[in-house]
Design a protein around this ligand. Sequence first.
Ligand code: X2W
Length: 285
Amino acid sequence: MLTRRKNENGWTSAQTLSEALPFIQRYADQTIVIKFGGNAMGSEELTRQFANDVVLLRQFGIRPVIVHGGGPQIGDMLGRLNIKSEFVDGLRVSDIETVDVAEMVLSGAINKALVQAINEAGGRAVGLSGKDANLIKARQLREDLGFAGEPVETDISVLNTLSADGFIPVVSPISAGETGGSYNVNADTAAGVIAGALGASRLMLLTDIEGVKDKSGNLLTNLSVGDARGLIKDGTASGGMIPKIETAINAVEAGVRAVVILDGRRAHGLLVELFTDDGAGTLLR
Ligand code: X2W
């Protein structure tokens, strides 16, 4: 004999799904650039959940474009090769050996692992780097940083072509120099210029902190561009947070509707931010 199930979980899930409808409608056909930082890739399980969420966005008609980092993974490989590495203002000092290793780790290992994870979740991901189809041309940022690059030119046509056909582009930030060679572009910076050039409705920066905090450690949930500039000027933001906030400011000024800095280690932060009334992390616009 069949009895009625006592478990009400299904009803709660259905309620959540139903409440997501206006959000799903709002973002349909919109481009959302998601930067998946090396620190957010903490485990295979996190990467699997991230891949699932990305495929869900695509299923809802959103056009996700993924830009990934891999700073800690580059650090591990440099360590195994006995190459010393240091950061200045959140950017890796990159001599020729370092940029070679960064390219192998980012455009090779990490790019392909993410592509595979998204495809295993049922998506159709295509991996590329800043070099492919002239996506990003870069030049030297500062002499003391070697081959750490800053983007000078972008051509996002390949991303539009892929997205229009239902593919999910996965981008490594390593880019071609204007006059040849490879440049190690910070992944936040690459994500910002791509989001700006695409006119994305959101740039989501997934990292390993809750968001931007004030001096007492309280999470700042909403920032204007002016607020964000103030945080850099008065020293509240330091280290790797500086390129993140600068990226967010530049992206908003380039026409991205809003940038969200959120914790990628917490499962489904992307879904909370996009499809519920509760925001996750810090929203800057
Ligand atoms: C970064 C590129 C990777 C990156 C680096 O070498 O670590 C520079 O600093 P995350 O995981 O997002 O930090 N490049 C110039 O940005 O990765």
